[in-house]
Design a protein. Structure first.
Length: 277
């Protein structure tokens, strides 16, 4: 299977390099490499959604980015092996040590999560994931039921269970993410976690005490009413995957549904917000 390599030069780097990698992951790209002046994005040639990707580039330009790009079709290689060469452990709030199988354990941290690095997101490296994890560390999960919407690697569901949750549902519409989540649950000996392939429509009849949605602005706005239907009285909602300038839109939609804003954090313009029913 051939791959398409996009060599992208972008200015300014912050925040557009992160934005491009996050949004291009929705267009078929499954591997990213930071460069001095931008990034390289790799996509299976058959999976690359060119029209959607061009819309992402146009959106960034409208926000003030200068972007140039070259494309190259390259032969398949062991991309997991190439990714592993660059993958480094991540530390969250001096509390969680995130590593892959090929890194040695570090007993100096209260929590350790094993993640097979098959994808760029859900490893704790991106500001959206790391902010959600830090927010979760401040919350009480003991005996609570959790839904992790757009679970990616399953890292957030795994953390919730490690913090004492009684049950978790991890859901993603990407079959590769679902498989990756199941593998990571086994690696971390995470029991009582159910993995579902699909979108928010699969949540009918489900309930939770904590709902986590680290996806993107449009999906959150579209599916917020479904999230609320799953939330028990007093349940908490963590949202991320969008820029801080988008927070007012989500606050407005949440308020219309009777979901109350509590607090938010920002890292490199990426936002993580906590709400409560």
């Amino acid at each position: 299977m051939d791959y398409l390599l996009l060599a992208i030069i972008v200015s300014p780097l912050d925040p557009f390099r992160d934005l491009l990698s996050y949004r291009l992951a929705e267009c078929g790209c499954d591997m990213f490499e930071e460069t001095e002046d931008g990034l390289k994005a790799y996509a299976p040639l058959r999976d690359y959604q060119r029209e959607e990707a061009n819309a992402v580039f146009d959106e960034c330009r409208e926000l003030g980015a200068t972007i140039s790009m070259t494309e190259e079709v390259i032969a398949w290689k062991n991309w997991n092996e190439e990714w592993e060469k660059q993958y480094q452990p991540e530390i969250i709030a001096d509390t969680i040590y995130i590593r892959a199988d090929f890194h040695p354990p570090n007993p100096g941290f209260p929590m350790e999560i094993l993640i097979q690095p098959r994808m760029a997101f859900g490893t704790g490296h991106h500001p959206t994931t790391s902010q959600v994890m830090e927010m979760m560390l401040k919350m009480d999960f003991k005996d609570k039921k959790v839904i992790d919407m757009g679970c990616g690697t399953g890292i957030l569901a795994i953390q919730a269970m490690m913090q004492g949750a009684s049950e978790a549902i991890a859901i993603d519409n990407d079959p590769n993410a679902v498989e990756n989540t199941r593998d990571n649950l086994i690696k971390n000996n995470t029991l009582h976690t159910h993995v579902i392939e699909g979108d928010a429509t699969q949540l009918k009849g489900k309930s939770c005490d904590v709902f986590i949605a680290n996806i993107n602005r449009n999906i959150i706005l579209n599916d917020l009413a479904i999230y609320k239907a799953c939330m028990r009285p007093g349940a908490e909602l963590i949202t991320s995957g969008y820029y801080v300038q988008d927070l007012p839109m989500i606050q407005k939609k949440a308020a219309e549904l009777g979901i109350h804003y509590v607090d938010h954090t920002v890292d490199k313009d990426w936002c993580c917000a906590l709400f409560r029913l």
